[in-house]
Design a protein around this ligand. Structure first.
Ligand code: ATP
Ligand code: RIB
Length: 402
């Protein structure tokens, strides 16, 4: 076994056992005690472990910080990744329950978005995983919360695609129902090379066939979470049930009212935090959001409908927060935009994760803004950044306000 692999294995053993001894390690790896001492001295340099008499103990907090900051160099990459992912998922703090959609996204890249009646030649077309619920679940997981994701797909060739995607993600727990009557949901998406903007038409398919019984089956998961996050791609009756239980059990409820439907009004009594984008805020309030002044007015109108906190996301302009009658701007982090599809999902998933681990709303918005600025640099709605890159962006970038 090479030095790098041995050191990684020592770290993995420490993660599993908290403590190791020089004697045991020397026997296990069939090397001299001197070799093991030099391995432990190396690992101690970045403070991930602390040497103690005859061996070493794990310095959990520091190990996590080092990993997030990319400081565990010279350790076998894939082994490190595997053990750290396991370690980190066990150490995720907040619990987020997400009830939402899974869609197959059919994405066509065009030079610019077509006008009504116009036919354009697309540059490329691909299939990928999507759906606001699934994207937000991946985002919240990458943002280091324990996620339970509840969704429904069709009894068709696309459900294995859903399973593959969701099972290979960082999501901790899944409840996937299968509809016998409706196909897996899908979305036809055009992404413009011009500015990364998009237009989307979704077919909800199986997503709108969630039954009361299926929601009752996950009651424990809903009331056990710190935060419930929902969107509007499922049937309103199912969403309402989940929200009302969360509300009755002091689980914080975030509603991302996307895509907009006027049926949303019946959900408002159960909402703590609502997160419309510019279009949804305009449709919900009946007043068009065109600038900061109108955004403030609209936020007040929406707040008067029930939610104690309103967050209006404004794309590349950042966002606006209205919390307990006070406004604050949500900064925008500079990004090299590739594809803005799923920017709102990135924001919502990351925001829910930050909130679930106890961040104040304003701080959670800042984290979500940094997270989503990285998401728009990636192709595909479900492609989400990792927590360590987000922390790096917060440390190094200079965000601007509206
Ligand atoms: P979508 O429907 O495409 O998923 P959305 O309309 O719901 O997105 P937006 O308001 O466009 O959501 O964006 C959500 C957040 O993502 C913004 O508040 C901002 O923090 C971030 N974001 C979006 N576009 C950019 C950009 N060009 N540069 C940096 N951050 C961005
Ligand atoms: O927000 C982006 C998502 O909206 C896409 O993945 C698409 O499936 C639609 O649900």
């Amino acid at each position: 076994m090479f030095l790098e692999e041995r050191r990684t294995n020592i770290l993995i053993m420490l993660i599993q056992q908290q403590r190791v001894t020089v004697n045991n390690l020397a026997k296990l790896f069939a090397v001299s005690k001197e070799t093991i001492r030099s391995d432990l001295n190396f690992l101690e340099k970045n403070k991930s472990i602390t040497r103690c008499h005859g061996g070493a103990v794990l310095n959990k907090k520091q190990l996590l910080t080092n990993f997030q900051n990319g400081m565990l160099t010279n350790i076998n990459e894939s082994l490190k990744k595997k053990s750290m992912e396991k370690y980190m998922s066990e150490n995720k703090k907040g619990k987020v329950c997400i009830l939402g959609s899974f869609n197959v996204d059919i994405v066509s890249h065009v030079a610019r978005l077509p006008k009504p009646g116009e036919t354009l030649i697309s540059k490329s077309c691909s299939f990928g995983p999507g759906g606001k619920g699934a994207n937000q679940a991946v985002a919240a997981s990458n943002a280091m919360s324990q996620v339970h994701f509840i969704t429904k797909v069709g009894n068709d060739q696309f459900n294995s695609f859903a399973y593959e995607h969701l099972e290979s993600s960082n999501i901790n727990a899944l409840t996937i129902y299968i509809s016998d009557s409706e196909p897996t949901g899908n979305a036809v998406i055009y992404v413009s090379d011009d500015d990364g903007e998009n237009i989307i038409a979704i077919n909800q398919g199986a997503n709108i066939t969630l039954t009361d019984e299926e929601v009752i089956n996950v009651y424990d998961r809903i009331v056990d979470a710190n935060v419930l996050l929902v969107q509007l791609e499922n049937n309103i009756s199912a969403i309402r049930k989940a929200m009302s239980w969360a509300h009755d059990n002091n689980v914080r409820v975030i509603l991302n009212p996307a895509p907009f439907t006027s049926e949303v009004k019946v959900l408002l009594p159960y909402v703590d935090i609502i997160t419309p984008n510019q279009t949804e805020a305009s449709l919900l309030s009946g007043i068009e959001v065109v600038d900061l002044v109108s955004a403030r007015k609209v936020a007040e109108i929406i707040s008067a409908m029930g939610p104690e906190c309103v967050i209006i996301t404004l794309g590349s302009k950042g966002g606006l927060l209205l919390e307990k009658g006070a406004f604050s701007d949500i900064p925008v982090y500079p990004a090299l935009v590739v594809d803005t599809t799923g920017a709102g999902d990135a924001f919502n998933g990351a925001f829910a994760a930050a909130l679930s681990r106890g961040d104040a709303i304003k701080n959670a918005c800042n984290y979500a803004a940094a997270f989503s600025s990285l998401a728009v640099e990636l192709n595909g709605a479900s492609n989400m950044p990792r927590n360590e890159s987000v922390n790096e962006r917060i440390r190094t970038a200079n965000p601007s306000k509206i």
